[in-house]
Design a protein around this ligand. Sequence first.
Ligand SMILES: Nc1ncnc2c1ncn2[C@@H]1O[C@H](COP(=O)(O)OP(=O)(O)OP(=O)(O)O)[C@@H](O)[C@H]1O
Length: 256
Amino acid sequence: MSVPLPADVVRLERVSKTYGGDQPVTALAEVDVRFARGTMTAVMGPSGSGKSTLLHCAAGLDRPTSGRVMIGSTDLSSMSEKRLTELRRDRIGFIFQAFNLVGALTVEQNILLPARLSGRRPDPAWVAEVIERVGLGPRLGHRPTQLSGGQQQRVAIARALVTRPEVIFCDEPTGALDTQTAAEVLGLLRSVVDQAGQTVIMVTHDPVAASYANRVMVLADGRIVRDMPQPGVQRIAEQLAMLDRRQRQPITSREG
Ligand SMILES: Nc1ncnc2c1ncn2[C@@H]1O[C@H](COP(=O)(O)OP(=O)(O)OP(=O)(O)O)[C@@H](O)[C@H]1O
């Protein structure tokens, strides 16, 4: 009998992260959040609000100071570095603004790299489907430098998909792309959620990128201050502008 998968792919329970030093900084303050399977969430907020810290803690790239992170039914808190590395490799996909492809490898080798590193032979039918989905069939023998930015990000998306990760974390995936190419890449990520049932968590500054998500959450001072189901571009922009105005006010005159 198969064990049912938990509905939440990623769960943060009272997660705090404080960076030490002469003046300690609380980057995350007791954040409680769940990310449901088969959804796309955009994480937004002003610079320094804790977005990258949230992403890094949720993806097992960094450890919280307190609280618990779960990927499926696995608790990351007590894992050794070695097991965390294996978990990231086997169960998590990453897509970064700078694509992070290996320049010496071809498109095909880049796509297959995570599977090779984990010592598993991916299902050839699935690899063919992923390559078809991202539209890179004619480019498999090219090197990343021979591709446009949008094509390079497609390689990164294919690479993230090939191991069928439980969740894909994206950090400004369209930050280096022009508007038209960004729209194509976001459409592709959206289809990965809708058609392949993937779960995507994406940090972005861009209200248009965030509008592709099922859910937009906004951080300020290490806390989630907005959590909105499918807001349009305008509502996202308004909420960000409102928070920005509040941040500029002296603390004593801020409400609530
Ligand atoms: N390694 C570190 N050491 C000390 N403080 C840090 C460190 N990393 C982040 N911080 C601080 O933690 C807070 C949250 O940083 P974080 O990078 O998560 O913000 P962000 O919302 O991703 O910002 P940005 O949009 O500018 O990338 C900031 O005040 C930042 O200065």
